[in-house]
Design a protein around this ligand. Structure first.
Ligand code: GLN
Length: 243
């Protein structure tokens, strides 16, 4: 069976509003496509896996970010290298912030990030909270839940993940959410986001397959086709929910 190695970063401190579910969804989808998923849970001090095909990280409180940033710095070079090689990554909220340059908290502490994304985040007193709906060129309508005090700005022109239809996204001014660099994606969508947005999941799996086995096109899966009909209904209903 063709193996895919999935790295789940800092789940003990960084997994909010079901973000760990993204790893479970990827693991299930990989199995339905006939791969053997191998999940590596990585927390501070752990040894880093020898081979990585995909990387996931979730949201967390400021305190969680403070617990892990030191260890993240030690892994920064390796993670930047993987991102530049096209390894697909999905970083939600707090980990999106720390894959940027820094997060300046409300108490004035500057938590350094690893600069995979050329973005910076500064806390405000206006919390952006509620359902977030956006339109993505690659993935169509994306829906999730956001809850963050940090507002994120691009330091240089970047591709956002999507244009905000309703909700906040990166900040309360720009009407965009997230960032995409190579195949690394940062976003404020919790949920877990992949439950209602399977195209995003398949993009990540396709890129992982490309990196490891040289082909991006995924085999068809009748089971997943049925599951994705339900996901489309979930996306539809959630997009109409009030904030
Ligand atoms: N602590 C960060 C903020 O509030 C991240 C929150 C989150 O990951 N949901 O901006």
């Amino acid at each position: 069976m063709r193996r895919i190695d999935v790295l789940s970063l800092y789940t003990n401190d960084m997994s909010f509003y079901g973000d760990m579910g993204n790893v479970l969804i990827i693991s299930k989808r990989l199995s339905f496509y006939g791969f053997e998923p191998v999940i590596h849970f990585y927390n501070p001090g752990d040894s880093f896996p020898d081979h990585v095909d995909m990387v996931f990280g979730g949201g967390g409180q400021d305190s969680g970010q403070k617990n892990i940033f030191d260890d993240l710095q030690k892994r920064g070079e390796k993670l930047r290298q993987l991102a530049s090689q096209g390894v697909p990554m999905l970083m939600i909220c707090g980990m999106y912030q720390l894959f940027g340059k820094y997060f300046l908290t409300n108490s004035g502490k500057k938590i350094p990030g690893i600069s995979v994304f050329d973005v910076y985040t500064e806390a405000t007193l206006d919390r952006l909270i509620g359902n977030l709906v956006e339109e993505s060129k690659l993935f169509g309508r994306l829906v999730g839940f956001e809850n963050h005090s940090g507002q994120t700005y691009f330091s240089s022109p970047l591709h956002p993940l999507g244009r905000v239809i309703s909700g906040g996204g990166n900040n309360s001014k720009d009407k965009v959410d997230g960032a995409m660099v190579n195949n690394a994606i940062g976003t404020y969508l919790h949920g877990p986001v992949l439950s209602k947005n399977p195209k995003l999941a398949d993009f990540l799996i396709g890129k992982a397959q490309l990196g490891r086995y040289g082909t991006e096109k995924l085999p068809s899966s009748p089971v997943l086709s049925r599951i994705d009909e339900l996901a489309a209904k979930g996306n539809e209903v959630a997009s109409k929910r009030p904030r």
